[in-house]
Ligand binder design. Structure first.
Ligand code: SF4
Length: 323
């Protein structure tokens, strides 16, 4: 048998599921258990193809908008990314039984934006246009109340109505370094701007980026397990490249690995976005172990002990008729 080349694998920790993703998936699973199929889910509950397919197989029906759902007594779950205020209002007007799986850390940003608005601030949201979290956060306030800023150039071009009443909030899954630069550009132009102590980037995004930064300079290539529509996973690939790793790729599944990229590398870093299950990381490790003689070690840069409560209705034994 041909001798396999040696490969040192460094696993980033923390990686993979965060508390908000774990809670959102649990909400759909418990709703299926308690009320039976179908359980409607507005938008991909979390941005991972494998998770969505798994829930579909159990009876979840994914839609993009509520008007795709027929009149029903079945539960309707809102995804972890959060929704504009018009969505629960619409669900109420249609007498829908809805469960909100918005991550509590996204809800916190919604509350912050609302507070700034009530205090008469003009609000800037740092985030990526079109991302459902951005749509949800902007949709907490009337049209025109929030200006989206995506880049330092946007921050330099921005013309506020009144520079003395500005406040900013951010998307939770941004690049920590890019956001720091955008905030610095805003603060340089508008020193009185109000904002969170640092930014609203969540603990999970921050910790996964820190772990990648520690590992990327030590290895010849990095693999991030995650789906292309996952913002935090995409940021991990960028962070790895910026930290000096020559090759950094995002893969949904082991079957997608382009083996021509790795050739005779001697070291590899592995991480996973906040919406990617650990089983897919194991699948990737197994695929490398089939081709290389691997030695796996873990580099831990933070410990995470955060967990979020699930909605009370799913923690009780009430039935659908008794809700
Ligand atoms: S990445 Fe952060 S904000 Fe998004 S679901 Fe996870 S913990 Fe919540």
């Amino acid at each position: 048998m041909e001798k396999r080349p040696h490969l040192d694998i460094v696993l980033c920790a923390p990686r993979g599921f965060c508390a908000g993703v774990d809670r959102a998936i649990q909400i759909v699973e418990l709703a299926l258990e308690k009320y039976g199929a179908p359980v409607y889910v507005r938008h991909a509950i979390v941005h991972n193809k494998y998770v969505v397919e798994g829930l579909k197989a159990k009876g979840a029906v994914f839609v993009e908008e509520l008007d795709e759902i027929p009149e029903t007594e079945s539960p309707v779950v809102f995804s972890a990314h959060g929704v504009p205020k018009s969505v629960p209002a619409d669900a109420r007007s249609r007498n829908m039984f809805f469960l909100d799986a918005t991550c509590p850390l996204v809800s916190k940003v919604h509350v912050e934006a609302q507070r700034h608005f009530e205090e008469g601030h003009e609000i800037v949201l740092i985030g990526h246009e079109g991302h459902p979290e951005v749509v949800g956060t902007m949709g907490q306030l009337p049209p025109g109340a929030v200006t989206l800023i995506e880049t330092v150039e946007d921050a330099n071009r921005f013309v506020p109505k009144n520079p003395d009443t500005l406040a900013f909030v951010t998307q939770t899954t941004l690049s920590v370094d890019d956001t720091r630069e955008i905030v610095a550009a805003l603060k340089a132009r508008f020193p009185a701007i109000n904002g969170p102590h640092k930014e609203d980037i969540c603990y999970a995004t921050t910790n996964r980026q820190e772990a990648i930064k520690a590992v990327a300079p030590m290895v010849e290539a990095m693999i991030v397990v995650g789906s292309p529509n996952s913002s935090n996973s995409q940021r991990l690939v960028e962070v790895a490249l910026r930290a000096g790793c020559r090759i950094a790729t995002l893969v949904d599944r082991a079957s997608e690995i382009d083996w021509s990229v790795y050739g005779d590398i001697k070291s590899l870093g592995v991480s996973a976005g906040a919406s990617a299950p650990e089983s897919l990381v194991v699948e990737v490790l197994d695929a490398f172990a089939a081709r290389y003689d691997v030695k796996v070690e873990t580099k831990t840069t933070a410990e995470e002990r955060i967990a979020f409560n699930i909605p009370k209705v799913l923690r009780t034994l009430e039935t659908a008729s008794g809700r």
